[in-house]
Write a protein that binds this ligand. Structure first.
Ligand code: GLN
Length: 321
């Protein structure tokens, strides 16, 4: 549909093939047993411009669960329903330099406010702030937002959810701590159910590229021609993605790729290029990029996905800096 002829597009297939071979240097997340079943050699990418998908390569269609990429969506949902000041009273906007599931700063820095919504402590708190008196109502609010963005009702991968639910010991510890300090607004089990169900939503690279495209367009859905969320929420979310979205590798990612991004332990990366970065890119109005590569590195980010993005960012001069 939107096939802009661009001389180097063929190269994407070649780059995907090339970086797939590095998958043996990483491994699939296994602390959530169901994620350990993924094929580590898979790598796929989808790039969506304002008129629709433009580049799809490799395993772009393979379904995977959102995992931490859901943190972007639940944060947007909380800001829409509660307003930014309310949300930021309960979750800060500072990077930690710690692992995504770290608990240490909650106790070190009184009164224990989570540092940012892109790590587990922040995202579990955000899950408790969502509107509605039950996990069902809270989830429904987020499902409707996702449906507006990707044009289909999200589906939970039950096997992954059950696997997470049974092994969420660290997340439970975080949630109980947050309950004790008063940051968690709902009951522990309700916040955990919402958080883990959002992590278990199944998507492919095109779905997350579309969400990236909407973020690149400051909350405007260029295909549906609808403002899905306000511009100030989009700007705040992108700042958080840039500073905290790749966990304790966010600095390296900003330095060597240079665009807002959010990863998940299942190997997905949602990233985007804001409009105005013209250079050699065919998408002068910005684009969303979805990546899937389930072999992850020591930080919990897709190993081959980050390699591919580094390469693309260099070739196409994508850095926002
Ligand atoms: N569901 C995962 C967890 O809470 C998400 C973490 C991640 O993607 N880094 O542990």
């Amino acid at each position: 549909k939107d096939q802009i002829q661009y001389p180097r597009m063929d190269c994407v297939d070649e780059w995907v093939r090339h970086y797939r071979s590095y998958a043996t240097e990483g491994r699939c997340a296994s602390y959530i047993p169901a994620l350990g079943k993924a094929d580590p050699s898979q790598l796929g990418i989808c790039i969506v411009g304002p008129k629709g998908s433009v580049i799809k390569s490799g395993d772009w269609q393979v379904p995977f669960t959102l995992q931490s990429i859901s943190k972007v969506i639940s944060f947007i949902a909380a800001c829409i329903s509660r307003g930014i000041p309310y949300v930021l009273d309960r979750v800060d906007v500072e990077p930690t330099g710690d692992a995504f599931n770290s608990i240490i700063r909650l106790e070190m820095h009184k009164p224990g406010k989570p540092f940012n919504p892109m790590i587990n402590a922040g995202a579990i708190t955000i899950a408790s702030l969502l509107p509605g008196e039950s996990s069902r109502a809270k989830l429904e609010f987020v499902y409707e937002l996702i449906e507006k963005m990707i044009g289909k009702r999200p589906r939970i991968n039950e096997e992954v959810f059950q696997s997470e639910w049974k092994t969420a010991h660290r997340n439970r510890a975080l949630a109980y701590y947050l309950k004790e300090t008063g940051f968690l607004e709902s009951e522990v089990e309700e916040a955990l159910e919402v958080y883990l169900k959002l992590c278990s939503i199944e998507v492919n690279t095109e779905d997350i590229a579309l969400i990236g495209m909407i973020l690149a367009s400051d909350g405007y859905h260029p295909i549906q021609k609808e403002q899905v969320f306000p511009k100030n929420v989009a700007r705040l979310t992108k700042a958080l993605m840039l500073t905290c979205g790749m966990y304790n590798a966010s600095g390296k990612f900003a330095a060597f790729v240079g665009v807002p991004a959010k990863s998940g332990v299942s190997g997905g990366i949602l990233t985007l290029v804001p409009p105005g970065i013209k250079r050699e890119l065919p998408f002068q109005d910005g684009c969303g990029i979805g990546i899937y590569g389930p072999a992850i590195d020591e930080y919990g980010n897709s190993l081959t996905g980050v390699m591919l993005l580094k390469h693309i960012a260099k070739e196409w001069d994508l850095s926002i800096f």
